[in-house]
Design a protein around this ligand. Structure first.
Ligand code: COA
Length: 187
């Protein structure tokens, strides 16, 4: 689906560069992905060793690059060159729809950085991937993630009850979305 020249895959915002991930990023990812507090509301568990990070890169990220069904960016803070998180867009090509996913090192929470990254990803989704709809969902209790989606211009569409099960516990999930064209009036 995505057959886009490499140079268009790198995005720039005032404070961040979003770029493709490489195996050499494993240590910086592991440094934050091992944090159990960060994974409270993620679908994945904390990385127990750097081997989990290699598995994540090889089986999720590089597989996504190979399939062309979306993008996963490393988030680089320009001021120090560090990789501080990831942000991705996962496509359902048949419906021209994409879904956001993201995580940021706890050291950098609360500075508006993920909102900055997500806005760039949304622009890429509409202008490069040609999506008609970009959605993002989060556990109903994940207030920070819901705020990121709201601040990025998404509309709250409702609560999907018991939508996710993690460790045998069903979670209610809030669904947010933004569309390429104004929403059609419901008839
Ligand atoms: C969710 C996450 C990406 C937010 O990143 P961030 O860079 O801190 O986000 P931003 O600073 O752009 O915005 C966060 C907003 O949530 C608010 N917020 C965060 N936690 C909050 C809480 N417990 N109560 C109220 N507001 C909260 C912040 O004040 C900020 O809003 P504001 O700008 O109106 O003040 C980050 O916390 C994270 O990586 N969490 C772990 C992984 C995760 O949950 N991923 C999403 C899965 S759906």
């Amino acid at each position: 689906m995505l057959d886009i020249p490499e140079q268009f895959l790198t995005l720039n915002t005032p404070r961040l560069t979003l770029r493709k991930l490489a195996i050499a990023d494993a240590e910086e990812i592991f440094a934050y992905a091992r944090d159990p507090q960060l994974t409270t509301y993620t679908l994945w568990e904390p990385h127990r060793s750097i081997d989990d990070t290699y598995d994540y890169l090889n089986n999720n990220v590089f597989e996504l690059y190979r399939s062309g069904q979306g993008m996963d960016w490393g988030i680089i803070l320009k001021e120090n060159g560090k990789l501080i998180g990831t942000c991705g867009l996962y496509a359902k090509p048949i419906h021209q729809r994409a879904e956001l996913g993201y995580a940021l090192s706890r050291d950098y929470w609360g500075q508006g950085l993920m909102t900055e990254a997500v806005k760039a990803a949304i622009a890429f989704g509409f202008h490069v991937m040609r999506s008609q709809r970009i959605q993002g969902c989060c556990a109903a209790e994940n207030i920070g993630s819901a705020r990121v989606l709201e601040k990025s211009g998404m509309q709250f569409e409702g609560v999907l009850r018991n939508y996710i099960v993690k460790k045998d516990q069903p979670w209610d999930v809030k669904m947010y979305a933004i569309t390429a064209l104004p929403n059609k009036e419901m008839t």
